[in-house]
Design a protein around this ligand. Structure first.
Ligand SMILES: *Cc1c(COP(=O)(O)O)cnc(C)c1O
Length: 379
């Protein structure tokens, strides 16, 4: 027998309410019952998104929503600016390449956040830029971008601001309308506490103009079709019915908690995680720009980072994430997003201490757990 704990940046653990909703008999989607759910879920998403824009629900992973945003607003030969400070920033560049969209790239050192002034300068020297692709939380490094400041830079230009909030939405603040985020894409399996399978995308009136004008080929992800359907509380294709029903349950729970409380909970989990690993003498990978969503921690010199993650998972059932690409073996990442509470963090830190000790790393056992508990006591 084994009890498993999931502390990864997607998928994240599922609340019992989600499991219950997903075990109900399937209903047909062209019915008043499903329409009522779709209407409520769409309204709920607008609350989480802090927007009055349309929000579309797609049957895809988060990347599908990223692709949908790019292909709907840009045409082959158009130019986009991509902020690239990790694996998911790179994904924007890859998507643009696939659709023959030219890219200007701001390469940000992994572990650092982009300087919004660099974006302003790029937009000034390249007035042909039609869209700016950014990442709210760069999950590969744990870094959060200052979308509010970036929004200010983009607002006065003709370009639209697109934010990958796949990890971050429903965990840290993102004021879609107030900050001028024209398109915000997200997914179900991170802050929204659902299984993978849903993509979300919000569209401002400014972005809709580009959607009408785009010459890129599109079919399944044609947001003109999605808009037509949504105006009748419908979807152009079969929606992921069960996931939408579960989404509606999650959104009700989140509304009840309120965004402020949700953000504060994530901050407390992140503070506890950061305090715990620092007390063990470990270094944060992004000490200045670390998000409250996921914490990347540098693996100490003498320790095999991949073995650490593997042992925690395979021997003790505690799954955290390793590093990707150039960070492989160099960092491990503890996610504290979604359905994660105080004692999940304590368990994760306790397991980390145990495996580090077994691997020969020296510290007083219990140091990390104590540091986390002290944060929780104060909160
Ligand atoms: C997880 C993640 C993605 C990829 O989402 P999928 O659902 O795997 O397609 C993209 N961007 C960020 C920031 C993510 O955290």
């Amino acid at each position: 027998m084994r009890k498993n704990y999931l502390l990864t940046p997607g998928p994240t653990p599922l609340p019992p309410q989600v499991l219950e909703a997903m075990s109900r008999p399937i209903i047909h989607h062209r019915t008043p019952q499903f329409q009522a759910v779709l209407k409520e879920a769409t309204e709920g998403l607008k609350y989480i998104y802090q927007t009055r824009n349309d929000v579309f629900i797609l049957a895809s992973s988060g990347t599908g929503a990223m692709e949908a945003s790019a292909v709907n607003i840009l045409s082959p030969g158009d130019t986009a600016l991509v902020i690239q400070g990790g694996k998911f920033g790179e994904r924007w560049t890859e998507i643009c390449k696939a659709y023959a969209i030219n890219t200007e790239i701001i390469n940000v050192e992994w572990g650092k956040a982009v300087n919004p002034l660099d974006i302003e300068n790029k937009l000034k020297s390249n007035p042909e830029i039609k869209a700016v692709f950014t990442t709210l939380c760069e999950t590969s490094t744990g870094v959060a971008s200052n979308i509010e400041a970036i929004g200010k830079m983009v607002k006065g230009t003709d370009a639209v601001l697109v934010v990958d909030a796949i990890s971050g939405l429903g965990a840290i603040d993102l004021k879609t309308d107030d900050w001028g985020a024209d398109m915000v894409v997200s997914g179900s399996q991170k802050g929204l506490m659902l299984p993978p399978g849903l993509g979300f995308i919000s569209v401002s009136p400014k972005a809709f103009k580009l959607i009408e004008a785009s010459k890129s080929p599109r079919y399944y992800f044609d947001l003109r079709k999605a808009k037509k359907a949504l105006d009748k509380t419908d979807t152009p294709f079969t929606p992921a019915i069960t996931l939408v029903i579960a989404l509606n349950e999650v959104l009700k729970m989140m509304k009840q908690d309120g965004l402020e409380a949700i953000f504060l909970r994530h901050k407390t989990m992140a503070d506890a995680t950061r305090a715990a690993v620092k007390s063990l003498g470990l270094k944060l990978f992004a000490p200045e720009a670390g998000s409250d969503v996921v914490t990347a921690v540098c693996v100490p010199e003498a320790i095999d980072g991949e073995k650490l993650v593997k042992t925690m998972r395979d021997t003790y059932g505690v799954t955290i994430a390793g590093g990707q690409d150039e960070l492989k073996g160099k960092v491990f990442r503890i996610a504290h997003m979604g359905f994660i509470e105080e004692f999940d963090i304590i368990t994760g830190i306790s397991c980390l201490e145990k495996v580090l000790t077994q691997m020969g790393y020296k510290f007083a056992l219990g140091t990390g757990v104590k540091a986390a508990e002290e944060i929780f006591l104060k909160s």
